[in-house]
Write a protein that binds this ligand. Structure first.
Ligand code: NAP
Ligand code: ZN
Ligand code: ZN
Length: 347
């Protein structure tokens, strides 16, 4: 077994702190890479605090990993030592169900293996994520990372990037569409970048008036403060699509009124608490309320290649691992510009 240094939560009430554990030896189809940077997703916080009610402890969070390959198994074809690689939210799946065959491993019918807070395909070995110094994974779940981009700023593409890219591609959002992005955090700021890159007119809908300057700098065309009634009313019936990245319970009904006829509200934010909604908000205008979960492996590679071609990365604050608990507190106050990334050298 390989000795690993990490940071873990021991239970839902504890802060994260140092914890050593082991990973499997590098198998014939595995690669081992040293993690250089790991992004901090709001899903890490939800799961560390067991807000979704499915947490497995001890938990080593982190599903936005980038690093350098240090070892490859004898049958590995796609990677070699020193390659730059990434791992997102998935480390394995059954590979045989209809969803896996279609490249939708995130919806594997037999249960995929999430990068942390999950189990390997043996359904009993816990997975541990990227707040750690080294990683072992089957090569089929490894992404190729361009040398052209700023590496720490690539890490968040592995979750925040694909989670916004995938639905915008699925619903073919682009030229001629008006897109609303609710919440300007890790996911939200990537949705702005992709929406703009795909040619849509992008409006940020935010609860933080202070984020206006940044939103426009990121390429957004308009900014609406959601608590300002006049501003909110000014975009009634305006959007073809809304992508909703809000992490806390909120009222979906009011956003449905901002959609045009046939408009779609796409939920990617995953608040722990359910919300009520009225069917009338959908009936009046033939609207859709939809959702989307990360993206499959092939599409994640497509997104990374698109980012390399168009010079798209995340806006980040690089932090030391010892500051992770403070970073979580700041994330809860919507005070992230716009993704924390851990410098794993500080572990
Ligand atoms: P984040 O960086 O914390 O951003 C969330 C943003 O939501 C905040 O910056 C804030 O934006 C807004 N917000 C937060 N609390 C709010 C409140 N009480 N009322 C209104 N707005 C509020 O989080 P993230 O990493 O982007 O993740 C966002 C959500 O997506 C989380 O629930 C996460 O678990 C989920 N997620 C889902 C997937 C998926 O596959 N579907 C993947 C990754 C993450 P403003 O300041 O602009 O209002
Ligand atoms: Zn995530
Ligand atoms: Zn499957």
């Amino acid at each position: 077994m390989i000795k690993v240094k990490g940071y873990a939560a021991q239970n839902a009430k504890s802060n994260l702190g140092p914890w050593n554990f082991q990973r499997r030896e590098v198998g014939s189809h595995d690669i081992q890479f040293d993690i250089l940077y790991c992004g901090v997703c709001h899903s890490d916080l939800h799961q560390v605090r067991d807000e979704w009610g499915n947490s497995i402890f001890p938990m080593v969070p982190g599903h936005e990993l980038v690093g350098k390959v240090i070892k490859v198994g004898e049958h590995v074809k796609k990677f070699k030592v020193n390659d730059l690689v990434g791992v997102g939210c998935l480390v394995d799946s059954c590979r045989t169900c209809d969803n896996c065959k279609e490249g939708l491993e995130q919806f594997c019918s037999n249960g995929n293996s999430m990068t942390y807070n999950g189990y390997e395909q043996d359904k009993k070995t816990p997975t541990y994520g990227g707040y750690s110094n080294t990683f072992v994974v089957n090569e089929d779940f490894v992404l190729r990372v361009s040398e052209k981009l700023n590496l720490p700023a690539v890490a968040p593409l592995l979750c925040a990037g694909i989670t916004t890219y995938s639905p915008l591609r699925h619903w073919k959002v682009g030229k001629g569409h008006k897109l609303g992005v609710v919440g300007l955090g890790g996911l939200g700021h990537m949705a702005v970048k992709f929406g703009v890159a795909f040619g849509a007119e992008v409006t940020v809908l935010s609860s933080s008036p202070s984020k206006k300057v940044d939103a426009l700098k990121l390429g957004a065309h308009k900014f609406v403060v959601t608590s300002n009634e006049n501003q909110f009313k000014s975009v009634m019936g305006y959007f073809d699509f809304i992508i909703d990245t809000v992490s806390a319970k909120h009222d979906y009904n009011s956003y449905l009124s901002l959609l045009k006829t046939n408009g779609t509200h796409i939920c990617v934010g995953a608040p722990a608490m359910p919300s009520d909604f009225s069917a009338f908000g959908l009936i009046m205008g033939r609207k859709s309320l939809a959702g989307s979960l990360i993206g499959g492996i092939a599409e994640t590679q497509e997104m990374l290649d698109f980012c390399a071609e168009h010079n798209i990365v995340s806006e980040i604050e690089l932090i030391d691992i010892k500051d992770i608990n403070t970073a979580y507190e700041r994330m809860l106050k919507s005070d992230v510009k716009y993704r924390f990334v851990i410098d794993i050298a500080t572990l």
